[in-house]
Design a protein around this ligand. Sequence first.
Ligand code: SF4
Ligand code: SF4
Length: 283
Amino acid sequence: MRVVVASGKGGTGKTLVAANLAAVVSGSREVVLVDCDVEEPNLHLFFPSETKTLPVLADVPVFDQLRCDHCGECARTCQYGAIVVLPQKNLFFPEMCHGCGGCEITCPQGAISMRKREVGRVEFSRPRCHLTLISGVLNEREVAAPRVIREALLYAGGHPLVICDAPPGTACPLVETLEGADYCVLVTEPTPFGLHDLSLAAGVADVLGVPAGVVINRSMGEDGMVREFCRSKNIPVLWTIPFDRRIAELANDGKLLADGVPGIRELFLGLFAKVSGRGEPGA
Ligand code: SF4
Ligand code: SF4
């Protein structure tokens, strides 16, 4: 089973939920936790441990200037603006290239070939007895986040229980993380901005056919808008986490809640039971 913890925006507590869910569940079974927030991975802050690293390579074009007649076809093909063809030479911007290979296919002169370039890395650690952490890390100024996420998920493939911390937002990196998942936990705040971003993320899960449930974080009892939205979309509210100063302090210190908030371990186990049962309504 692959569970993705997502939110339409950053700062909702998504990583906090993913880290604590994995930590608590790994008390009784094997869990692989994958940090797919590759532009700002920070799950390792909750699980400091020795890591092993493998590079993530992407294809980039190399131009044979002797064959090139500067027809401009490669620049027209590239949807990402990574190539500019001038009368005497071609300019290539590797940080904008997504490695699709389209330019190589369409070049009429056979002047383009692909070579490998390092765009990021995947880090592996074993911070607890039944917990493996796999973190995707995108190199600075690179745009190939989906490539790094794909690689991190590949290493997690085949494990019975995988929990992913999704990237914020609703663009390609979220789609890459969510595609093929069994369940999506959407973490939101009960504010108009939170609701707006929740509706976008719920829409992505819906389009991808991934069942979803909502965790309302930092609730001060005024969750009506979020609950109404969930009712209208037939999305279960799995759990409501009240605003609690201790939770905020532990999270800021990169500490797990189960180590400092009495009774919260059972609540995370309850969340996992609902997710495993595909999200019964409640809480
Ligand atoms: S498509 Fe090929 S021949 Fe045309 S400008 Fe690009 S590299 Fe040169
Ligand atoms: S490989 Fe794709 S993204 Fe990269 S330059 Fe060629 S067409 Fe553009």
